[in-house]
Design a protein around this ligand. Structure first.
Ligand SMILES: N[C@@H](CCC(=O)N[C@@H](CS)C(=O)NCC(=O)O)C(=O)O
Length: 210
C-alpha cells in the first residue's frame, strides 16, 4: 500500500506508526511537496487525493483513505500486537478515538493550523495561541500529570504519535511550554523512542532539503 506524507507535517505521525508497527515492508512512503501539490516525480497529488492534504493512504486494493485519525488506526490495526491501538470494541479503543479527535480538532485545527496558514489574519493566530491553547494544554497537562506515561496509560499509541507533531510545532513556533511540565516530560519521553528518532531524523533531512 502507499502512504503519502510531507516532512514535519501531521503525517509524521503516520511515518512513526509505520516504524513503531514494523510495517516498512507493507507500506511504501511517498513524499508530497505541499506548496505545489506535487509528488517527487512531478505528478499531481490531486490525482491521488483530490483534497490535497496529507496523510493519504491507498490500500493494496486501490481504495483511498484520508484523515489522520482514520489512517493511524488503520495502520495500527495491521499490527495488533504492537499495542498502537487497543482492540476494536474496547473502552480503551474509544478512549483512543477521543484523543485522536481532541488532537485533530482542538489542537491541530483550532490552535496550530492558523499559525501555518498564510491566509490567517494575525489576530486569528494570536487568538488561537492566547485563548485557544492554554485551556487545551491545561486539560492535557492535568491528564498527563495524573496518569501516563502515555495518553492512554501504559502503552504508547497512535494518539501519542499524533500529539508529538503538535509539540514539534510548538517548539518550531518557540512557544513557552514551561507552564506545562507534564507535557514537556511526555514530549521528552516520546523523543527517546527509536521509531520517533528515526522518523524525525528522516523528515528533518527532507524538510531542510525542500
Ligand atoms: N483533517 C485532515 C487535515 C490534514 C491536514 O491539515 N494536513 C495538512 C498538513 S499537517 C495539509 O496537508 N495541508 C495542506 C493543505 O491544506 O493544502 C486530517 O486530519 O488528516
Amino acid at each position: 500500500m502507499d502512504l503519502y506524507i510531507s516532512p514535519m507535517a501531521c503525517s509524521l505521525s503516520a511515518r512513526i506508526t509505520v516504524y513503531e508497527a514494523g510495517l516498512e515492508g507493507r507500506v511504501a512512503l511517498h513524499n508530497v511537496r505541499l506548496p505545489d501539490q506535487r509528488l517527487e516525480d512531478g505528478s499531481a497529488f490531486a490525482a491521488i487525493a483530490p483534497q490535497g492534504r496529507v496523510p493519504a493512504l491507498v490500500t493494496g486494493e486501490g481504495a483511498l483513505l484520508t484523515e489522520n485519525a482514520a489512517i493511524l488506526q488503520y495502520l495500527a490495526d495491521l499490527a495488533p500486537k504492537s499495542g498502537l491501538a487497543p482492540p476494536a470494541g474496547s473502552f480503551a479503543r474509544s478512549a483512543l478515538h477521543q484523543w485522536l479527535s481532541f488532537i485533530g480538532s482542538e489542537l491541530h485545527k483550532l490552535v496550530f493550523a492558523p499559525q501555518f496558514s498564510a491566509e490567517a489574519p494575525a489576530e486569528a493566530r494570536r487568538f488561537a495561541l492566547d485563548k485557544g491553547l492554554p485551556p487545551r494544554f491545561g486539560h492535557l497537562e492535568a491528564v498527563l500529570s495524573q496518569g501516563g506515561p502515555w495518553l492512554l496509560g501504559g502503552a504508547f499509541t497512535v494518539a501519542d504519535a499524533y500529539l508529538l507533531t503538535m509539540l514539534n510545532w510548538a517548539v518550531h513556533l518557540n512557544l513557552d511550554t514551561a507552564s506545562w511540565p507534564a507535557i514537556e516530560a511526555w514530549y521528552g519521553r516520546a523523543l527517546e523512542r527509536p521509531a520517533v528518532q528515526r522518523a524525525m531524523a528522516e523528515e528533518m533531512a527532507l524538510y531542510k532539503a525542500a
